[in-house]
Design a protein around this ligand. Structure first.
Ligand code: FES
Length: 114
């Protein structure tokens, strides 16, 4: 397991980009819960953020892809609106120990290049 984020490093209602083991992830903190996803839009596979650490829409209610504006639920990554409607972001399983978020490296490895 590798540590990817300290719970205190992300403010309530915000998001944060993370690089871990050569893979790009991002976290959102909402209602004091942490949600972790691969930073890859299910539409074209691009990174999602507008600017560094900016993955949410204007009112912080949904995750928004900066390329074509797809909107995803924070809680489960499900796409509500946009070209990938009905698909989901890839949630990354993690454990939390004393406020440190840790993931299994083998679960976040980028898919092999064909
Ligand atoms: S690449 Fe994300 S909506 Fe098109």
């Amino acid at each position: 397991m590798i540590a990817v984020l300290n719970r205190e490093d992300i403010e309530e209602g915000t998001s944060k980009g993370i690089e871990a083991a050569g893979t790009f992830l991002f976290a959102v903190k909402k209602d004091d819960q942490i949600f972790l996803y691969r930073n890859r839009c299910p539409h074209l596979g691009t990174p999602l953020e507008w600017q560094e650490d900016r993955f949410l829409d204007a009112d912080g209610a949904l995750i928004q892809c900066s390329t074509h504006g797809a909107l995803f639920q924070i809680e489960d990554g499900y796409c509500l609106q946009g070209p990938c409607k009905g698909k989901s972001l890839q949630a990354i399983p993690f454990i939390e120990d004393n406020g440190v978020i840790m993931v299994d490296e083998s679960k976040i490895a980028p898919p092999p290049v064909q």
